[in-house]
Design a protein around this ligand. Structure first.
Ligand code: THU
Length: 160
């Protein structure tokens, strides 16, 4: 017997095809890349969440001369959201980037550690987090639920 895991992503040729709210959130994520502290990688990432109440909150990657200390934009964002709005679910997160060594012309997806953090946030709030992924130009992906990016996740139910 085999057990299959799969999910679908909505693909848009450009950000112009998005709804007004989604396009605006992705633009905010692109603008937030200007606040990244990424002098080592020169890969600036911005993530902006729209809370279920409509408030916006952002995060950017924060690096350190001791490289492993660096934190991704997504986890900076989740920590900020959890600190400022601890009881409010996140509806949607837009993630964008500015690679100073490249074109930033395609979507990037959260790294493995961030997928684990996003998964926990969804389960904790019992509320799906939509992800809008896009660069400065080019295709945009929308994932309807962040936890889809982490099949077979390790969760708190193992710790009971
Ligand atoms: N980074 C993020 O902030 N989010 C991602 O989804 C991928 C990678 C950061 C970590 C590091 O500061 C830089 O991008 C290069 O890996």
């Amino acid at each position: 017997m085999k057990k299959d895991y799969s999910f679908s992503v909505d693909v848009y040729d450009t950000a112009d095809e998005l709804s007004g709210d989604d396009a605006a959130l992705l633009l905010k994520a692109q603008e937030a890349t200007g606040n990244a502290y990424a002098p080592y990688s020169e890969f600036r990432v911005g993530a902006v969440a729209r809370m279920s109440t409509g408030e916006l909150i952002s995060g950017t990657n924060q690096e350190n001369a001791s490289y492993p200390i660096g934190i991704c934009a997504e986890r900076v964002l989740l920590s900020a959201a959890s600190s400022v709005y601890p009881a409010i679910p996140i509806d949607t997160i837009a993630i964008s980037y500015n690679n100073l060594h490249g074109e930033s012309d395609h979507p990037i997806a959260p790294c493995g550690i961030c997928r684990q953090s996003l998964h926990e946030y969804e389960k904790r709030m019992n509320h799906p987090i939509r992800l809008i992924l896009g660069g400065k130009k080019g295709k945009v992906y929308i994932v309807d639920q962040a936890s889809r990016l982490l099949p077979m996740a390790f969760t708190k139910s193992e710790l009971l």
